[in-house]
Design a protein. Structure first.
Ligand SMILES: [Zn+2]
Length: 496
């Protein structure tokens, strides 16, 4: 749901009372949403409010079949529109009438309804499809992961293309119902709540249902299918906590994973104290099979972790990082992919705050250590505009977190934490950009902060700081206790 829609509708209402000029002919929707880094991601001309994704998955063949129903509203008079999708389409209906469709590029499905759709009109788009997602290459690879016992649909910035047709950009968020039928004995995890236990499907099959009640970016929708041990709990305020662990995990990985992910509710409660109320309806984490995934992702309400994070014992850093994203990245999505530091800098700073809380190194010590030890090339990437190839590079995370630390030193703890809570509250279930963050920081602190953000986010060199501490001046300072785990976590996170 883009905020743009509100403005468009308001304009339409205003115009309704005046004499309208002759209607212009409906025009095709575009193959992109104006993202500077990924110009063909998402599509223009409509705005999605809900996806109903109803699938069947055959683990032995990695075959997916099913139907996705999209509820959307046209934001212009549309003669045709694009969806982002790579599987084989059998039919498309728009408002109950068969539509024609063609392919463009590696992930565009162009749909032409028999009647044009007027601006503001709602449309129901039903796409029937099938395919073997692991065989489909787009953007040079397949983001769908086939595992020894099923599959993982987890990826950033691309993944939706391989399992449901969508307007694939974080600036068009929607609610989701996802259901997948699988053979008896196979588990299916996805986002949000389980409105019901798995139900009987055709003989020998069960259907699993999941529901996301808050608007969700398409890349934050996920599937984990395979043999999973599921743990269930309820928080004191009644939220479902559902965690899952691949049954293929070796015992030591499983123990370390549980000693971390089972603490999700505790982490969420602590983060709520720092960032304000938890924005979603459910919590949890999923740990995939060994070797299946090289990273973790903050999939909404229920993050997915590579087993690699738990190869040398419990890892709270990654649990803190992914759950901080529920506020920064999931509830507040990036308006454009270039704003990714608003996700990664904030989630990384949460790890620093946790370190301080645990007595394993203060935020200042971590800052000083990084400031003293990062190599020259670290400082050449601007976290606020890293370039498409570097959206998951080290500086986006670490220099992003350093930016927040410098901001905190400049405006003081009281204003800084008020800023984080106000930011989370004002953009809840929406999207945002850096200019808005700077404006809010200036409003709350009453200070002019352009220079600070210019130096830390938009300059390809090491910013000078006044009053450098002894630790930061040392050529080889001692790493804070928490650093090894944070660094190990980030090395894996950069892999996606
Ligand atoms: Zn992250």
């Amino acid at each position: 749901m883009r905020r743009l829609l509100v403005a468009t509708l308001a304009t339409a209402l205003t115009l309704a009372g005046t004499a309208l000029p002759a209607q212009a002919a409906p025009t095709p929707g575009g193959a992109g949403l104006g993202d500077e880094y990924f110009p063909d991601y998402g599509n223009s001309g409509y705005d999605v409010s809900h996806y109903d994704v109803r699938l069947r998955y055959y683990p032995g063949e990695d075959r997916l079949t099913g139907t996705t129903t999209i509820l959307a509203a046209a934001t212009q008079d549309l003669s045709s529109f694009h969806l982002d999708f790579v599987l084989d389409v059998a039919s498309v209906k728009v408002n109950n009438r068969a539509a024609t469709f063609t392919r463009e590029g590696d992930h565009e499905l162009v749909v032409t309804p028999p009647r044009s759709v007027s601006q503001g009109q709602t449309m129901t788009v039903v796409v029937q499809y099938s395919g073997v997602p692991s065989n489909k290459v787009a953007a040079g690879y397949t983001a769908w992961t086939r595992t020894a016992d099923g599959a993982l649909a987890v990826g950033q910035p691309e993944i939706a293309w391989w399992w449901f047709p969508s307007n694939d950009h974080p600036s068009d968020k929607a609610t989701f119902d996802v259901s997948v039928a699988v053979p008896d004995g196979v588990e299916v995890l996805s986002n949000g709540v389980m409105p019901r236990n798995p139900t009987q499907d055709i003989l020998g099959w069960k259907r699993w249902s999941w529901r996301s009640l808050h608007p969700q970016a398409t890349y934050l929708a996920f599937l984990a299918i395979g043999q999973y041990e599921i743990t269930r709990d309820t928080t004191v305020d009644g939220q479902q906590v559902i965690n899952a662990y691949s049954e293929l995990l070796p015992q030591d990985f499983e123990d370390a994973a549980k000693a971390s992910v089972e603490r999700t509710a505790e982490v969420v409660e602590w983060e709520s104290g720092v960032f304000g109320p938890y924005p979603f309806e459910a919590q949890g984490g999923v740990v995939g099979p060994p070797g299946a995934l090289g990273f973790a992702l903050e999939t909404q309400t229920r993050s997915v972790y590579s087993s690699g994070f738990f190869r040398s014992g419990a890892n709270m850093s990654v649990v803190v990082h992914e759950n901080a994203h529920q506020w920064f990245g999931d509830s507040i999505s990036v308006e454009q992919w270039k704003e990714i530091w608003l996700n990664e800098g904030f989630a990384s700073y949460a790890e620093w705050l946790w370190s301080e809380e645990q007595g394993e190194g203060t935020t200042q010590e971590i800052f000083d250590y990084l400031y003293a030890t990062q190599p020259a090339d670290f400082w050449t990437i601007e976290p606020g505009d890293p370039g498409a190839a570097d959206i998951f590079s080290n500086p986006v995370y670490d220099r992003g977190a350093m930016t927040l630390h410098q901001l905190r030193l400049t405006i003081g703890d009281e204003d800084f934490f008020e800023l984080l809570r106000t930011w989370a509250a004002e953009h809840k279930d929406g999207d945002a950009n850096t200019a808005e963050f700077i404006a809010l920081a200036e409003k709350i602190s009453g200070q002019q902060l352009d220079e600070l953000f210019q130096a830390w986010l938009y300059t390809p060199s090491k910013p000078a700081i006044e009053g450098v501490s002894a630790l930061a001046r040392k050529a080889a300072p001692q790493a804070p206790k928490s650093w090894a785990k944070i660094q190990q976590t980030h090395e894996l996170l950069h892999a996606h």
